[in-house]
Design a protein around this ligand. Structure first.
Ligand code: 26Q
Length: 840
């Protein structure tokens, strides 16, 4: 299949609509006129009165205008009777898109023209790019993955809608006070959002609470009616997602919660104005704020309400679009592929059943077949504590009809299994959608697995472990559902936009097709890895990027760092399994060595960046530890010659775009078997950083791709971690037998980094010595030794640069275009169009 849009379609659309050149023209002249007109008509300003934000808004609308023809054509292919394409619905509670402006310019190919137009009106593009407040509608990896996938879907001309929530407040802004994380509300909508279009006419009612009631319809069929306690309205807000130099522009459709009008009127009519307003406020809380935890907290009713809210709106919208196209409901799975981004949207399985059976009077068996063929589930975690489950009483209160439906799905599933595997009551209990071991829970991963035709992990190791651990029993009964799709990231944002100098250098040598075809084209850099002149140019780009980051570090933290030192970076969410504190143990060791011995070393700047979940005390304590060690190291006149430590606050997409291009060394040091994939590891490698890492997640595949000689490997494998756990792991014996480790831990414990306070880091030290769940001590010596190899390697700039070039040249596989092609082929059964004649 393929969308029925192309160059011709656009030309005729243009003649039909007769859009003016001011709205569509791509030359600097037209863009300059558009800027002034938008400033006048939309901002109500003359150039001389305009603020930087006015100019940003005028530019954003100018760019958005230039997306609209393609957008209208693509939306038409999902909504009009004349087309037969299958579209993808990517259901995700998070979309961490990052700023839209720069990305739009790259996709449309109008970067230079806009720069030129702006200079004619006395403005500067880089300043306006800075103005954009990024939509922080995600926590980290999972939300950013959804954004990369939306970029690639559009690039590959696959019609798609990303469905999610328009949080009024996204992930908090992080500031650091006295070394501690402080959370600041993210008011991203404060100055308006020029990229979204509110679709007041696209709105759906969503029911909550109340009770259910059986009845027989006119035809005598047994039916169930849901009498809700409350109804809330979801309104669509659409953001165009332009594909890189192709005719497709998809959309991100985010739902905002509002009160249904009838509620206001009812209360208002009886004179209770305040109650009406209260209702409104209460309704709107559903899409108010993103939960800032990347792990479920049991019992948060509002979170379940958010999930159901956006899933219900999205499925109702998909049905609406199908019927608009004149297709029968029993062909839903032929026209829609719904991807569940983790279990957060997994209530979709029950909701689709409800829509088909209750609202559209379909027979159960047919509805179930359609549901399974429509849905597919991506798992992102192996940590048992991160598996989503909802207490049964809470679930019953909020979604009584869905609980009925889940019971019925479960009953049929277990009955069928009983026939297939008699005398396996234990197995059945483990597979059940309901956990009845103690307090009862609904197991969302089971609901998602059962209701889907495909289940995938996000890296080879992760997919293998899934089959052996958290979804073992599902694999036993339905092995054919399981597959792996290793994550990927979009090279448009993570190379072209964030690292323009590298982009130019690469293009100068291998032409400009690589951004659209990373897998085949980027490896053409390989032969250049040994050329001295190319190495010099490569180094110059890296040092430039390091200077930019050094300035940012100076602005944000006051610390001055040397762009010629080794930039050693760990940027990701704070989590014990990611082991930022293993990095700190090495730093303290290095500090001790430098104090005692001095001597020649490779100067390093060690940079940390990342947010901690507000309630995750240990993660916040690790931030405090980093900052405490940084303060001591940076003020030591001798040590600071060779070592600087920085915590760069507020890691987000914008800051990431500055960090990845400036890194020499990428820290990917999670306990093997814990990081599902990682995607930062890919962004670093694409930008020529060399990885120091464990055999975890996608690190394994990255190492295979770049060659083991271009990767710093250390530590236990997942199997060894398991074995050691099983044998009985005693961290204290490692502490006692390793003098350097002991010295580092004792120094932290002594209050040396905390003004004599011996209590401050006690919880951290105590957890390492008594339990050490993530086995830092087991990997400590291997890590320290490996860092020595890194330092030695860095002291040979040409050899290092060669490794750096080969890293970039060989990571084309980790483009999200490759991932999306795999989803299309193996899960969604849609055929992306990749032929170049479709490029415009
Ligand atoms: C669930 C229920 C209630 C509240 C919050 C949540 C919640 C929210 C976010 C649970 C998990 C997340 C985010 C998870 C995440 O980002 N996982 C990462 O996904 C990446 C993309 O696949 C992987 O590369 C990372 O390895 C994985 O940790």
């Amino acid at each position: 299949m393929g969308p029925a849009i192309g160059g011709d379609g656009q030309a005729s659309a243009r003649s039909r609509m007769a859009l003016s050149n001011v709205r569509t023209g791509l030359a600097p002249d037209a863009i300059a006129v558009a800027l002034i007109e938008n400033l006048h008509c939309l901002q109500g300003k003359r150039p001389r009165d305009a603020t930087p934000n006015d100019w940003y808004m005028a530019l954003a609308y100018t760019v958005r205008d230039r997306m609209m023809e393609r957008y209208v054509a693509t939306v038409g292919s999902i909504a009009e009777e004349t087309t037969d394409v299958k579209a993808v619905a990517y259901l995700s509670a998070e979309f961490l898109t990052g700023p839209h402006l720069g990305n739009g310019l790259i996709s449309l190919g109008i970067w230079d023209a806009v720069e030129e137009a702006l200079s004619r009106v006395g403005q500067d593009l880089s300043g306006l790019l800075e103005q954009e407040e990024e939509p922080g509608l995600g926590n980290g990896g999972l939300g950013r993955l959804a954004a990369c996938y939306m970029d690639s879907l559009a690039r590959l001309n696959v019609p798609a809608i990303g469905y999610g929530i328009r949080y009024e407040f996204g992930i908090f802004d992080q500031s650091i006070r006295d070394g501690w994380q402080v959370e600041v509300t993210d008011k991203w909508l404060r100055f308006g959002n020029p990229w979204e279009m509110v679709r007041s006419e696209i709105a759906f009612d969503v029911k909550f609470g109340g009770r259910t009631e059986p009845y027989h319809n006119a035809a005598g069929r047994y039916c169930v009616r849901w009498l809700p306690e409350k109804v809330i309205k979801g309104v669509a807000y659409d953001t165009p997602i332009p594909g890189y130099r192709v005719p497709t522009t998809n959309l991100l459709r985010l739902w905002k919660a509002e009160a249904v009008e009838s509620f206001d009127f009812e209360a208002f009519n009886v004179g209770d104005y305040y109650r009406a307003v209260d209702e409104k406020v209460l309704s709107e809380t559903i899409s108010k704020v993103l939960y800032p935890n990347d792990e479920p907290e049991s019992g948060k009713q509002l979170r379940l309400a958010q999930q159901y809210f956006f899933v219900s709106c999205s499925l109702q919208d998909m049905v609406r679009l199908l019927l608009m196209r004149g297709k029968p409901l029993d062909e839903l799975h032929s026209y829609w592929a719904a991807q569940l981004n983790d279990t957060h949207p997994s209530i979709a399985v029950a909701e689709l059943m409800r829509l088909l059976v209750d609202e559209h009077a379909m027979e159960w068996d047919q509805a179930w077949a359609i549901t399974q063929q429509t849905c597919a589930y991506t798992n992102h975690t192996l940590l048992p504590e991160a598996l989503e489950r909802w207490p049964l009483p809470l679930f019953a209160r909020l979604l009584p009809r869905h609980l009925d439906i889940i019971y019925e799905i479960n009953r049929r599933f277990l009955d069928e299994l009983r026939l297939r595997c008699p005398n396996e009551e234990q197995l059945l209990r483990r597979l059940s959608l309901i956990d009845e071991a103690g307090d009862k829970y609904v197991r969302m991963a089971h609901l998602a697995s059962l209701g889907s035709h495909a289940i995938n992990g996000v890296a080879v190791l992760h997919s293998e472990l899934l089959k052996r651990t958290v979804l073992r029993d599902f694999h036993l009964v339905s092995p054919e559902k399981f597959l792996n799709v290793t994550n990927g990231v979009t090279p448009r944002r993570w190379i072209a936009l964030s690292n323009p100098k590298l982009c130019t250098l690469i293009t100068r040598h291998i032409g400009d097709r690589w951004l659209a075809n990373l897998e085949d084209e980027l490896r053409r850099l390989e032969p250049l890895a040994d050329e001295l002149e190319f190495q010099r140019d490569w180094q110059a780009v890296k040092v430039d990027n390091k200077r930019v980051l050094a300035r940012l570090i100076k602005d944000r933290t006051g610390v001055i760092v040397d762009p010629h030192s080794l930039f050693d970076v760990q940027a990701k969410r704070l989590h014990e399994y990611k082991r930022q504190h293993l990095n700190v143990l090495y730093l303290v060791t290095l500090y001790n060595r430098l104090r005692h011995a001095g001597g020649a070393v490779t100067p390093r700047t060690v940079i940390f960046s990342g947010k901690a979940a507000p309630a995750y005390r240990m993660a916040k304590l690790i931030i405090k530890l980093v900052n405490s060690v940084a303060a001591v190291v940076n003020r030591d006149p001798v040590v600071s010659q060779a070592l600087k430590v920085v915590f760069l606050p507020d890691f987000n997409v914008k800051n990431g775009q500055r960090i990845y291009p400036a890194a020499d060394l990428s820290e990917q040091i999670s306990t093997a078997g814990k990081e599902a994939s990682g995607t930062g590891n890919m962004k670093f490698a694409m930008n020529g950083a060399i990885t120091i890492g464990t055999l975890d997640g996608a690190n394994i595949e990255i190492r295979d791709a770049v060659g083991q000689e271009n990767f710093f490997l250390f530590g236990l494998s997942a199997a060894e971690v398991e074995l050691l756990k099983a044998e009985g792991y005693t961290p204290r014996s490692i502490y006692e037998s390793n003098p350097e480790l002991r010295e580092a831990i004792d120094l932290i414990r002594s209050g040396f980094f905390s003004n004599g306070d011996r209590e401050l880091f006690h919880p951290l030290v105590d957890s390492l010595l008594t339990y050490d769940e993530y086995m830092l001590l087991a990997d400590y010596q291997a890590y320290v030794d490996c860092q020595e190899r890194v330092s030695n390697a860095y002291s040979d700039p040409n050899a290092w640069t060669r490794m750096s070039i080969l890293n970039t040249a060989r990571v084309g596989h980790f483009s999200s275009d490759r991932s999306i092609r795999e989803y299309c082929r193996h899960i969604w059964k849609v055929t992306p169009i990749v032929s170049d004649e479709r490029e415009s």
